[in-house]
Ligand binder design. Structure first.
Ligand code: ADP
Ligand code: MG
Length: 399
């Protein structure tokens, strides 16, 4: 269905528009918060009765993503539907999209769900990515060029937070790794010397308007985002411009409607060369590296998700404060990985410019994203000092 404008609040006919989201994780929860703040009703589809978004939504459809009755309930309730979870089956989005506005569309999500199709899209857009080979057959495995080793073998589908990836140094390790990944379709990427990682979040409307946030500098630990820092000069200006231009062209090339995050690697240059940029992957939704926008920008990435879904005008968002976000993983609730503890929130919140958001997850597990802490302020040095103090109080390694 074509996008039409869905105004918030009560209409002249005394009705309220409901916006839906497929997936009930923390991203869905923050979408629900933003949609409700603007005056929409919300519906979430997620099988988990205790899902973070389901807990705060007006309606919660508790079925599987492909359940016909569940999808029918979403169609009945919602005027428009988005996704917060990358692996919502594309057929579910197609079913919904036949009758309602669905943004992003099934096709764009299907490309983002599959590293093979995703990389082909980067090539189409002329945006460089890591050298790679597709491995779907034993012949393709044998034909891999030596130049791709050492490399990282990644499943084409369903990987996240470093899951579904194996580092390989030799052909023997590659063969063993593909067997370990059950010989599912994979891509082998050359292991690149990373100087840093960054991401750009754009929002694109149905009319083709694109707005963007500044480049986010991201630190990953064990494949999971740990810290995002966003301030003037966090990345060299030429690289920042390249990253924004690449993200815009990737979104436009998909005829994308919604919020899209593009992740990049900044490569170490050899002594003479300038560092350069390659695209890593895209996420067809708001992104963990954009949570700082909740406190450091005039509009958050979730506000823009609401606007793109409802067909409302997009304005270039403005960051008004330097920001550092610390991801709060389940490890903080578990001393030595097992003994339950409560992090010292009172001490953390005594620090200036701290904003805590916890996602309402009932159980902490190592590596599970439980919440985030944003630190903002007028002055970068102060923000950094505060973020490091907060990290120390929480037992997060300095950065
Ligand atoms: P996920 O879907 O789990 O986020 P990514 O492809 O983004 O998977 O990989 C997770 C992390 O692994 C990256 O953020 C980066 O730190 C590291 N990584 C991935 N691919 C490469 C590569 N080709 N070279 C070097 N490091 C990589
Ligand atoms: Mg990633």
């Amino acid at each position: 269905m074509k996008n039409k404008v869905l105004l918030p609040g009560t209409t002249a006919a005394g009705q309220q528009t409901t916006l839906g989201v497929m997936g009930g994780g923390q991203l869905g929860r923050m979408f629900v918060h933003a949609a409700q703040a603007m005056g929409y009703f919300t519906a979430v589809l997620d099988p988990d009765p205790a899902s973070p978004a389901g807990l705060v939504s007006h309606y919660h459809v508790q079925t599987d993503y492909l359940d016909e009755q569940g999808l029918a309930q979403m169609l009945q309730r919602c005027a428009a539907i988005t996704t917060e979870f990358e692996n919502v089956p594309a057929p579910a989005l197609r079913t919904l999209g036949a009758q309602r506005v669905v943004a992003p569309g099934a096709e764009a999500v299907a490309i983002a769900q599959d590293r093979v199709r995703e990389k082909a899209h980067f090539v189409r857009c002329g945006v460089p990515c890591a050298p790679y080979a597709v491995i779907e057959t034993p012949e393709q495995l044998r034909a891999v060029r030596d130049a791709l080793l050492p490399g990282i073998l990644k499943t084409a589908r369903l990987g996240y937070d470093g899951k579904g990836q194996v580092r390989v140094n030799s052909r023997a390790e590659l063969t063993a790794a593909w067997a370990q990944l059950k010989s599912v379709p994979c891509v082998l990427e050359q292991l690149l010397p990373l100087a840093a990682e960054c991401s750009v979040i754009v929002a694109r409307g149905a009319d083709g308007t694109v707005v963007n946030y500044p480049v986010q500098l991201n630190l990953h630990r064990e494949g999971i985002l740990a810290v995002t820092q966003v301030f003037e000069g966090n990345v060299a200006p030429t690289l920042a411009q390249q990253a924004v231009a690449a993200a815009v062209s990737i979104a436009s090339g998909l005829d994308y409607v919604g919020v899209l995050c593009v992740e990049f690697f900044i490569l170490q240059g050899d002594s003479a060369a300038e560092p350069s940029l390659v695209v890593n992957e895209i996420a067809p939704r708001p992104h963990n590296s954009g949570h700082y926008t909740l406190d450091a920008c005039d509009q958050s990435q979730f506000d823009l998700q609401v606007r793109t879904l409802a067909g409302l005008p997009l304005q270039q968002p403005r960051q008004h404060s330097p920001a550092i976000m610390l991801n709060l993983l389940g490890d903080l609730w578990l001393r030595d990985g097992v003994v339950p503890v409560t992090p010292p929130w009172d001490e953390v919140l005594a620090l200036p410019g701290t904003s805590l958001q916890l996602y309402g997850k009932l159980q902490a597990r190592p590596g599970r994203k439980m919440g985030h802490l944003n630190v903002t302020g007028a002055d970068l040095a102060q923000v950094r000092a505060t973020a490091l103090q907060a990290a120390e109080l929480l037992g997060i390694a300095p950065f």
